[in-house]
Write a protein that binds this ligand. Structure first.
Ligand code: MN
Length: 707
């Protein structure tokens, strides 16, 4: 839709009844006259741009002068109009804003680094006089980003990069979340079009798939909170594309492992209600301890306040829940712009100024920095609190995520340097591999041909690059070991027959073909890894008539005992994972352990999710098994006498053995009972749950992932 001046008028008067309509009207007419006949790259009349910018300014809920300045922001740059003309027509305040905006837009960020730094300094200086300048500038940039497709590809990339580097972080620091989100997503779209569209497709699919699940959770929350008299807005939320993109990059994990893409936000009236709701939620679903965050007691620097918790939801999936008051929600979206609502006409007040002390500090520190490059550095450090900048001995700057170590540094320089890194000199002092690098550190890597990657390195390295290189190295190493092991196993098995001269040397490459493998080495590796059993291999090598001896040893029984079949492979040692206790009927997956066969996990077990997908094999349940399995579950029920007894009685009546029971009183007037029982399969467990649910006073039952 095309924005018209009436839309802007309506929007302003909706939040500011005493708006100076004349001034805005006049600014519109003035801007229309100046831009008459000018055309944007999109082919539209140029006037659409200042109208759109003024519209965005109304969405930030800024006042008359800001809206007028938005309409006029390009008039000086594009014509013979002067600041004095604007001042004569619109007064000092509007003239000051338009003049500052013109000066900023003349700043050229494309220049050499030194010049660039000087320009940053100018911009920060300009916006610090009045933060409205930055807000209007952000509105201008947002509309330019929305229409970026009309630019040539190289201009597109440059503008998008600059948006991600400068404007989006500034929007973040000002707490204007909705602007930050849009700037970042558009910035990504034009700096990495492929990455953007792939991720967007995955996200859309995820949102569609989880829609019902999320609605169920929200309904459960509404009912449960309602029981305690808490009435609030419960809304679903989605992470924006760029924040998922950064998370994937930062943690080096696949999309499937990001579990907080969808979440729930609960908006209540008072802070007390927020904490109360947190307690209720924790009694419904088990929280993950390290993920409980209290930004109410400790607000973020951009004034953001909220409670965050991640719980294990009803389907065993993690779900992030944010709890905050209406006021906090307002500030979370609008940031500093929220403070302008009723303050138009005044410059930034002392109190607001304190909240944005980072800006003042930045300006104070810049007067001490003589080298403009140093200023640029300090500006970048300040705008990206999640990144650090360190130096090579030669003075080059390298950028890392917070928590990066000398290993990340070494791998970023050269793969071989990474593989043989044994430590580092940081600021002339020897530090261990797991030393956490800090901004400003000068790092020299210490090398030794004896040092080689180990599994521990995967925990030490933080960057995707380093972790991938380490993994590749370990995998190659593992393969070599597997080949040796496989060769040894085969030699041993063949030795008996060789003595009797009964078998010839097997043609490994041909044999590999029979298992649909590419080479003899591949076959040996599969033997060593346990993907193919030595029995299967011997079966193909030795003629049937002479195979009496090995056949006796065939431990086929194992498969029957465990009740699990591994597709395409038999005769494997199968064990059940202690971490997630799978039951027949659960979705399961096999994990190939080193030398100990296959461990069966539930597919959503965090251990599996975090492990190397190459070592997972599909497994299926053998329905004929009758073996019993131990599982644990919790029951949330009213805390009254006899409750535990009646639950225990129900379990007993179902002929299920209890191996452990525990009760715990909760502050909500409920109790949490934890039972460990022996059951045959999932249907049996579900039947049991149904019976327990039928008891009066039982509120919730949940199978526990690990115990
Ligand atoms: Mn503009």
């Amino acid at each position: 839709m095309t924005i018209r001046i009436n839309d802007i008028m309506d929007a302003v008067s909706s939040y500011m009844p005493d708006v100076d309509r004349n001034l805005i009207e006049k600014a519109y007419v003035f801007s229309a006259r100046i831009h008459q006949g000018q055309i944007r790259l999109s082919g539209e009349p140029y006037l659409n741009h200042p109208l759109e910018v003024a519209w965005i300014i109304t969405q930030m809920k800024l006042g008359t002068a800001s809206v007028a300045a938005g309409l006029l922001h390009d008039t000086i740059e594009d014509s013979l109009t002067t600041v004095d003309d604007i001042r004569a027509e619109f007064g000092e305040e509007v003239a000051f804003l338009v003049d500052s905006l013109t000066k900023i837009s003349m700043i050229n960020f494309r220049s050499r680094e030194e010049q660039q730094a000087e320009n940053f300094r100018k911009m920060i200086l300009a916006i610090s006089k009045d933060l409205r300048i930055l807000l209007i500038k952000l509105a201008d940039r947002l509309h330019n980003m929305r229409t970026l497709q009309y630019h040539k590809p190289d201009a597109r990339y440059r503008i998008a990069r600059e948006t991600l580097d400068i404007y989006a972080p500034l929007a973040n620091r000002l707490g204007i979340h909705w602007v930050q989100r849009e700037l970042e997503d558009l910035g990504l779209k034009y700096t990495d079009p492929e990455g953007y569209s792939t991720l967007k497709a995955s996200l859309d699919a995820e949102i569609k798939e989880k829609d019902k699940y999320l609605k169920d959770i929200m309904e459960k929350l509404r009912v449960e909170l309602g029981k305690y008299g808490l009435k609030g807005d419960i809304v679903g939320r989605t992470k924006h594309i760029y924040s998922v993109y950064q998370k994937l990059k930062r943690q080096g994990i696949p999309f499937e492992n990001v579990y907080d893409i969808l979440g729930v936000r609960i908006i209540l009236n008072t802070i007390g209600e927020c904490y109360e709701a947190l307690g209720i939620i924790h009694s419904m679903w088990m929280p993950i301890h390290s993920r409980i965050k209290d930004f109410i007691a400790m607000p973020k620097e951009n004034m953001y306040q909220s409670l965050h918790t991640t719980v294990i939801g009803p389907l065993g999936e993690r779900i992030e829940i944010q709890i905050r008051t209406h006021e906090m929600d307002f500030i979370a979206n609008e940031g500093i712009a929220a403070h302008w609502r009723y303050k138009e006409g005044k410059r930034i007040s002392e109190k607001d100024g304190e909240k944005f002390s980072w800006l003042r500090q930045l300006l104070e520190s810049q007067s001490e920095l003589r080298d403009p490059r140093e200023f640029l550095q300090s500006l970048k450090i300040d705008l990206y609190p999640e990144e650090i900048y360190v130096f090579t001995p030669g003075g080059d700057i390298l950028r890392f995520p917070i928590g990066a170590t000398p290993l990340d540094f070494a791998y970023s320089v050269h793969t071989e340097l990474g593989h043989h890194c044994k430590g580092a000199m940081v600021n002339d002092q020897i530090v261990p591999l797991n030393y956490e690098l800090k901004s400003g550190d000068i790092v020299k890597i210490l090398k030794s041909s004896k040092a080689t990657p180990s599994k521990d390195w995967l925990r030490i390295a933080k960057t995707t690059r380093a972790r991938n290189k380490i993994r590749t190295w370990l995998r190659a190493q593992e393969r070599e070991q597997s080949i040796n092991l496989g060769r040894e196993m085969l030699e041993k098995a063949l030795a008996g027959y060789r003595k009797k001269g009964e078998v010839k040397e097997p043609d490994l490459d041909r044999l590999a073909g029979e298992f649909s493998l590419k080479s003899g080495d591949e076959l040996l590796a599969s033997l060593g890894f346990g993907r193919i059993s030595i029995h299967q291999a011997m079966h193909k090598i030795v003629p049937e008539s002479e195979r009496a001896l090995p056949r006796k040893r065939k431990p086929k029984k194992k498969t029957e005992e465990t009740g699990v079949r591994v597709k395409g492979v038999e005769n494997l040692l199968i064990r059940f994972a202690k971490c997630c206790r799978p039951l027949p009927g659960d979705d399961v997956v096999g994990f190939i352990t080193r030398g100990r066969g296959i461990t069966v996990h539930r597919s959503n077990c965090p251990y599996v999710v975090a492990s190397d997908p190459q070592r997972l094999v599909p497994v299926e349940w053998d329905t004929e098994s009758t073996e019993e399995h131990e599982v644990e579950f919790s029951v949330i029920c009213r805390d009254k006498p006899g409750m535990l007894g009646s639950i225990t009685a129900v379990i007993g009546a179902e002929n299920v053995n209890i191996t452990k029971a525990k009760v715990q009183s909760l502050s909500t007037g409920n109790a949490r009972c934890v039972f460990r029982v022996m059951v045959k399969d999932l249907p049996e467990l579900k039947g049991l749950f149904k019976k327990i649910h039928g008891l009066k006073g039982v509120e919730n039952i949940e199978r526990l992932q690990s115990f």
